[in-house]
Write a protein that binds this ligand. Structure first.
Ligand SMILES: *Cc1c(COP(=O)(O)O)cnc(C)c1O
Length: 421
């Protein structure tokens, strides 16, 4: 669900015309819908009403400060994966008690940062990491709240580059070894167990891998408690998919997800933590660009736009599918053509769509790449010395630029030419 719809023949973000935004900020740009983000957070929170549950938005999906501030104001927490993201969380107003910290390579400086602030939990991914957390906490004379990320060895399906819950992935502790790791924690004086966590992958549209993994966690919690470890919360991670395509697998509704969780973990008497990222942000954002040229190749037509793989890497990296819509609504009975939608970058892999049947585009037309709110702007870069594109947030009938364009002069100015050249 999102609030990007045609009105009077033009695509709107809520009650703002995207053509008007394009005229003011130039293309390409990201546009986010505040109402969509709020709706997704609320849907998730409502699914667990009456339970001790905290939704910790996984900010790596979209960490714009305006987006984060909006989410913090809804009482949500946040899942971070770096010291930089901790700084973003604090700046956006998330209470430290609602910050959980994931990631496989936390540095001593980052651990110190988290401990000084007093974040809720360090989600640890290995024995040496636990030893490092223990050491830093010892130096500071504090106890570090920790949870162990379990690798349940389940296959979430989907693209292999976004699966994290199989034994061959770098994430977490193999589930068969988890009790040994809790034993290790009990011997480390500056650690305090608060929970257990997992995150099995992303864009998962089937409940089965989740329920398989969560059943493993359920039995682990019982076992760990049996030997005296204080498991107060279970952090179920993120991973719920979104519909990228109208005829796609429809992902489970958060209510179905909640019913499954209550079935497998309802009797454990633990606080629930969730880390949704994509489900909150993906359909709340689009990427708007302009057609530079239409080129009729040998047996193939190219719609060449000003949107590069440096602006949105998902098609290149994951073969991801994004719907593409013209900003001007096609009229009834419109003609279509099968085209590749490509960008300006000098790489064959620079495309938004391949062999796609689309309405006929011509030079100067505006178009929108849909469902680009998650893992879009956060992964953008300036390859080919292209400006880093702006981000815009719409809320009902107003909009604001929430990240300014990083201009080419500013990018070049970062380089330093030593005077001995
Ligand atoms: C990326 C990530 C998430 C969010 O995943 P989504 O698929 O976007 O919901 C949650 N938890 C951890 C530990 C992650 O690395």
């Amino acid at each position: 669900m999102h609030y990007f719809d045609y009105k009077n023949g033009e695509l709107y973000a809520e009650n703002v015309s995207l053509r008007d935004i394009a005229a003011q900020v130039g293309t390409p740009f990201y546009c986010y819908s505040a109402a969509t983000i709020r709706r997704h957070i609320k849907m998730f929170q409502d699914s667990f009403k009456g339970r001790d549950a905290l939704v910790c938005y996984a900010m790596k999906a979209n960490s714009n400060q305006a987006v984060l501030t909006l989410i913090a104001k809804m009482g949500a927490g946040v899942d971070v994966v770096s010291g930089g993201e901790i700084s973003r969380a604090i700046k956006a107003g998330f209470p430290v008690s609602k910050i959980v910290y994931s990631g496989v390579a936390k540095t001593s400086a980052e651990i110190r940062q988290g401990l000084e602030l007093g974040i809720h939990c360090f989600n640890a991914e290995s024995e040496p990491e636990l030893e490092r957390i223990n050491q830093v906490a010892g130096q500071m004379g504090v106890k570090a709240p920790v949870s162990v990320r379990v690798n349940p060895d389940v296959d979430g399906g989907g693209h292999e580059k976004i699966m994290t819950g199989k034994s061959e992935n770098k994430f977490g502790i193999p589930w068969q070894k988890v009790d040994k790791v809790y034993e290790l924690i009990a011997t480390l004086q500056n650690l305090e167990v608060v929970g257990i966590d997992l995150h099995i992958g992303s864009q998962i549209t089937d409940l089965k891998p989740f329920s398989e993994a969560f059943e493993r966690i359920g039995s682990l919690v019982a076992k760990l408690r049996g030997v005296g470890h204080k498991i107060q919360h279970v952090d179920f991670g993120g991973g719920l998919g979104v519909p990228y395509k109208n005829d796609n697998d429809i992902p489970p509704h958060p209510d179905e997800y909640a019913a499954m969780i209550n079935r497998v973990a309802g009797d454990l008497g633990v606080k629930y933590i969730f880390e949704p990222g994509r489900m909150i942000a993906a359909n709340a954002g689009i990427l708007v660009g302009e057609v530079e040229f239409v080129k009729h190749g040998d047996g193939r037509d190219f719609v060449i736009t000003d949107i590069g793989m440096n602006d949105l890497i998902r098609p290149t990296l994951y073969d991801a599918y994004h719907d593409i819509k013209p900003i001007s609504e096609p009229q009834n009975g419109f003609e279509t053509r099968i085209v590749d939608v490509v960008g300006p970058i000098c790489e064959t892999a620079d495309y938004m769509a391949k062999g796609r049947e689309l309405p006929i585009f011509k030079q100067g037309d505006l178009l929108a790449v849909m469902s680009a709110g998650a893992y879009g702007a956060v992964a953008a870069n300036t390859y080919n010395t292209r400006a880093l594109i702006p981000e815009v947030l719409v809320d009902n009938d107003r909009f604001a630029v929430v990240r300014k364009r990083l201009e080419v002069e500013e990018i070049i100015a970062l380089d330093i030419v030593p005077d001995w050249i």
